[in-house]
Design a protein around this ligand. Structure first.
Ligand SMILES: Nc1ncnc2c1ncn2[C@@H]1O[C@H](COP(=O)(O)OP(=O)(O)OP(=O)(O)O)[C@@H](O)[C@H]1O
Ligand SMILES: [Mg+2]
Length: 521
């Protein structure tokens, strides 16, 4: 053992001796050149090639560096012992990273890639127009020369894609609005954003489970359909038209869609858009994997009544000449007086035309309480891929509300007899999920009271709706409707006296909704 240490010490001594000679005999330039030569020789004979991905590329931030860091975070969190931890702005999740000067092996298509995170001190004399971090960071990718083409063709694209998926998953989603009108922010963006934290999901949404399943599957097919859309030559986008009475869950459905897919929402306020080119610019500034929403489209602009000559509805009027001559509707927008306009063709181009394909993986959702007011051009097949009717509360939807609000499970907390009673009256009562949830939320700590009260209100409503049918018949025979006053009194007693406003609203909504449903039918 002693001999071993003696020989190791003499070898190190010889090394030190030669190094001193090299440093004194050879000038620094010569040493640098010889190191370069040695590197070249080494690279010639080495079976590996190396790629440097620095954090800052010249003066710009290198997107690939951030993408690699995120991409590796998923594998690093499982295998690494020493990790760096970060939490980005607008993110509620922590991201694991490769610690300084650590390395990891990643496998892609059966080929190994070694990543090393290299951190060195930045030369303080380096001149730059903008302040640079003290440390110089970068990744070194080492792969076998023979795998170079195989890996680089698809590996880097794969990393970018995965990283944006991880970023989306980790980051809070954003809700964008164009409420600033046409003005741009300091970065030239027409959209303003806030973190989107709506808790609505497909589990909390009360609607027919079959219909819900169909929508969820449709969304899933869309999100996984890149190959299909490419193969069939279709733009990777989809349109949904949600219609139905107020309080049936149209906005909640949009939030559920966004939460399910992890997409951002662009809430487009059409009355703030002055002309078609502004609409196009807004579209161009939306990101992929997003839902572009126009709520209450019938109120935003008038999309109906092609035959009427300049008939004004709300803030917008219709120019019938253009409808007939161009085959598309011309709607004068809020800015008409200033010579600005937004047309139906502009809106259709927005959802359907060439411009709608800038970017990809986008969903358009329009909502309306009055589908009958919409122009047939908007409703024709192929324009909005799915028309979804959000209806009054059915027994299936009611079961979901009872479960979510009161924790009542079918067959456990709810008797068959109570369920049967609810089933008998709920359809005829024509109450919206919003109305019913208000009744449930009020008594959510007392399950039985909540169910009893709901049942009572449903019965009164159902009875009145049934009678309204017969009143109409009796009115036609010259009979008055004295019973209605009594009914309303009875319902007032059933509803809690602390919400008089809601009561009248329910009344209005109910009437409006039933008329509307008739029209839709
Ligand atoms: N189908 C539903 N499932 C669960 N909750 C619902 C449903 N519909 C309505 N609600 C409740 O009622 C509230 C109002 O619903 P929402 O805003 O989604 O209705 P809407 O159809 O968009 O109405 P409007 O036509 O007035 O915009 C929601 O916050 C939610 O609590
Ligand atoms: Mg709504």
């Amino acid at each position: 053992m002693k001999e071993y240490w003696t020989s190791l010490a003499s070898i190190l001594g010889v090394f030190a001796f030669f190094q001193t000679i090299l440093q004194t005999v050879f000038p620094p330039e010569l040493r640098f050149a010889s190191a370069k030569l040695f590197n070249k020789l080494f690279n010639c004979f080495s079976s590996y090639c190396y790629f440097e991905i620095t954090e800052i590329d010249g003066v710009n931030t290198n997107e690939l560096y951030n993408a690699v860091q995120l991409y590796l975070s998923s594998s690093v969190s499982i295998t690494g012992n020493r990790l760096s931890l970060t939490r980005a702005v607008n993110s509620s999740a922590f991201t694991f990273g490769l610690a300084n000067n650590d390395s990891i092996i990643d496998t892609f298509n059966g080929v190994n890639a070694v990543w090393e995170h290299v951190v060195t001190q930045r030369n303080s004399q380096t001149f730059s127009w903008r302040p640079l971090p003290d440390e110089k960071r970068g990744f070194t990718l080492r792969i076998k020369k023979k795998d170079k083409q195989l890996l680089l063709n698809s590996y880097l694209d794969y990393i970018m894609e995965k990283a944006s998926d991880i970023r989306r998953k980790n980051q809070d989603r954003l809700l964008y609005t164009n409420s600033r009108g046409g003005s741009l922010d300091s970065r030239g963006h027409p959209w303003e954003s806030v973190p989107f934290k709506h808790p609505s999901t497909f589990d909390t949404l009360a609607m027919d489970p079959m219909k819900k399943k169909e929508i969820v599957e449709d969304l899933q097919d869309f999100a996984n359909g890149q190959g299909f859309y490419h193969k069939t030559g279709r733009a990777w986008k989809r349109g949904y038209l949600l219609y139905g009475p107020p309080g049936t869950g149209k906005s909640s459905m949009i939030a559920a869609m966004a939460n399910f897919l992890g997409y951002d929402i662009y809430d487009l306020e059409l009355t703030e858009v002055h002309n078609n080119s502004e609409l196009r610019k807004l579209l161009m500034k939306t990101s992929s994997k997003s839902i572009i929403v126009i709520e209450d489209i019938d109120c935003s602009i008038n999309l109906s009544n092609r035959k009427n000559n300049k008939k004004s509805v709300g803030s917008v009027s219709v120019n019938s000449r253009n409808f007939y001559e161009n085959g598309v509707g011309e709607m004068r927008g809020v800015g008409e007086e200033n010579g600005n306009s937004i047309t139906l063709s502009g809106l259709l181009n927005f959802t359907d035309g060439l411009w709608s394909c800038c970017g990809s993986e986008r969903i358009f959702v329009f909502t309306t309480n009055h589908i009958e007011k919409l122009d047939p051009a908007l409703l024709r097949s192929g324009r909005m891929d799915m028309h979804i009717f959000m209806s009054y509360c059915s027994i299936q939807a009611l079961k979901i509300l009872l479960k979510n609000y009161l924790g009542c499970e079918e067959g456990v907390d709810l008797d068959d007899s109570v369920l049967k009673e609810l089933e008998e009256v709920v359809e005829m009562a024509r109450m919206t999920p919003a109305d019913i949830s208000e009744v449930l939320i009020k008594n959510r700590r007392k399950k039985e009271k909540a169910v009893d009260e709901l049942l009572e209100i449903l019965k009164v409503r159902a009875e009145r709706n049934a009678k309204n049918g017969s009143v109409v018949r009796r009115e036609n025979n010259g009979v008055g409707d004295e019973d209605d006053v009594e009914d309303e009194e009875q319902e007032k007693r059933a509803l809690d006296s602390d919400s008089p406003k809601q009561e009248s609203e329910i009344e209005d909504d109910c009437k409006e909704g039933s008329e509307e449903e008739e029209k839709i039918k």
